[in-house]
Design a protein around this ligand. Sequence first.
Ligand SMILES: *Cc1c(COP(=O)(O)O)cnc(C)c1O
Length: 425
Amino acid sequence: MRYQRSSVLFAEAKKYIPGGVNSPVRAFKAVGGEPIFIKEAKGAYLYDEDDNQYIDYIASWGPLILGHAYQPVLDAVIEKAKKGTSFGIPTEIETELAKLAVGMVPNIDKIRFVNSGTEACMSAVRLARGFTGRDKIIKFAGCYHGHSDAFLIQAGSGAVTFGSPNSPGVTQGTAKDTLLANYNDLEGVKALSEANKGEIAAIIIEPVAGNMGCIIPSDSFIKGLRELCTQEGILLLFDEVMTGFRLGKGGAQEALNINADMVMFGKVIGGGLPVGAFAARAEIMAHLAPEGPVYQAGTLSGNPLAMSAGLAMLTALDSKPEIFTSLAEKTEFLHKGIAEVLTEKGIAHQINRFGSMVSVHFCEEPVVDFASSAKGNNDTFKRYFHGMLDQGIYLPPSAFESYFLNDAISYSDLAKTIEAVRKVF
Ligand SMILES: *Cc1c(COP(=O)(O)O)cnc(C)c1O
């Protein structure tokens, strides 16, 4: 049996870990079946506990943009570990990574490191509230900003009033400060802003969305948000946890040519170790403790192993910016190849792509927001996902996730992937 040992390990995991996983999407609930357990990985390939090989299109959900077990990152972490793993006292490497990141990303002067994208977004919103003296935020349906309470909100009864919790455990009190809008719907945002004038601290957005498939903001939408924020004294928060150091050195701000007021990072910035960060111009960051009154802290924040992985990763990207172009070209090749097969087979589809992010949606209409993304045919998606898995291609196990290409994927891997799509259908 192809997945025998994974299946045994999953059964054992479920005895001690809720659902057998430490993050829900790993459990394959959206596609059925059971997750594979990974033994090791190198370059473009994952190897599971049954010794099956996979071309990996998720790269740990984005961080491993240069492939698995990238040597400079491994070397940096191993060398650092020999000198101790954590001190809770300042180290020089924190400044080195901060200086490099601030130099690569437009429009930020200072950066604070945390341990995850969730923490980065949660802390950025607190700082935005502290800075503006306002309570409410606007988020977009289908955008993911981590699992902190303020973001686990769905549209409430009156969309222009306030949201309601979409997870038990999130209070109505928290939900009332999060307003929901639809992606690519500037008029909806303007209506919310009008109805809550002077009360909105921040608009938080995935500048290119990756958590409802890959969704691209229209030019007028993203420019309109910038103008509205400037006009109303609202801070524009770009959640670049996915897009940062992936769409280019300067992330989505650079790719879309839009300046955000605050930027949040995760994934690539840690090179595969747990790092998140949030950054802004000095005037805003001055409100953060210990410089200012907005509290934020972390025992393992700026951890030397995590910083060394991030530093090795960003150093590589900073010195080889052509990687972003070559990744985008590979992604385009994949997009065109898959589209050709699906068209030839008469399967309704939409493929969205931006840089090295791409997603395949089995539906007729363009996918521009959460509602249109949700119209995808999930039976076709499941058949596609498992058909690809069985042929050694690891895709995100949910139609609401983007693929993340990594530099180790070769054109022959891409051609093999396209052929696998042909076999599935
Ligand atoms: C992954 C992700 C997060 C959360 O990051 P974690 O490190 O999983 O907490 C936040 N925002 C976006 C856009 C993400 O893709």
